[in-house]
Unconditional design. Structure first.
Length: 110
């Protein structure tokens, strides 16, 4: 099984991109978009920028879990990661994203 960038319809006029690993774990979920073409643009933005460390805005929530926002070319949030209990887990998720996103299969589930 390979890593996937999956485009899903949230409802009749909203679409979302998710990045899943070869194990099916969702690492990143993008913001809802008003068109499928915008969700496809998110996939291309992710592919182009995934190797740039400045694209990851790390945060810690009130329960002490870690997540990151993946930022677009203008610094706008494109998507948010799953929550991780440790910074090491977050770092591993970013490493997996960097390794797999450039070769992930784009899947249209709309």
């Amino acid at each position: 099984m390979t890593a996937k960038m999956i485009i899903q319809a949230v409802n009749s006029d909203t679409y979302r991109l998710q990045f899943t690993t070869h194990d099916g774990d969702c690492i990143l979920e993008c913001e809802p978009r008003k068109s499928k073409s915008k969700a496809i643009e998110d996939a291309e933005t992710l592919r182009r920028g995934v190797m740039e460390d400045g694209r990851y805005a790390v945060q810690r929530n009130n329960q002490g879990h870690f997540a990151f926002n993946f930022l677009g070319e203008s610094g706008e949030p494109i998507g948010v990661s799953a929550l991780f209990p440790t910074p090491e887990g977050l770092g591993k998720a970013i490493a997996v994203l960097k390794q797999l996103a450039p070769v992930a299969v784009l899947v249209d589930n709309t």
